[in-house]
Design a protein around this ligand. Structure first.
Ligand SMILES: [Zn+2]
Length: 92
């Protein structure tokens, strides 16, 4: 088991998971909930995004969001959750 700081989530290996829309690498944008006694991130306690996501104030941001998020992300997030909970815990 590996441990990480909540503010510094592990890198998501691109040989295991890629963006379902464009095939780019994905990353954790946020880890916001984990079990206090074990450090295990809950299945809704993280957010994953594509590394091509523009900054929030970028003029292309809204268009990017519309084109980039769909139900295709759900199975990916589930697999990432399984991978995360098998390998990682939040350091406390
Ligand atoms: Zn993408």
């Amino acid at each position: 088991m590996k441990y990480f700081d909540q503010d510094e989530p592990p890198e998501i290996p691109s040989d295991l998971f890629v963006c379902p829309i464009c095939g780019a690498q994905v990353e954790f944008s946020e880890i916001n909930e984990y079990e206090a006694d074990t450090g295990k991130v809950t299945n809704t306690g993280f957010r994953v995004t594509c590394t091509t996501e523009p900054d929030f104030d970028d003029p292309d941001f809204n268009e990017w969001m519309l084109g980039h998020f769909s139900l295709d992300w759900m199975p990916l997030e589930m697999k990432i959750y399984q991978w995360l909970s098998m390998n990682y815990r939040v350091k406390q």
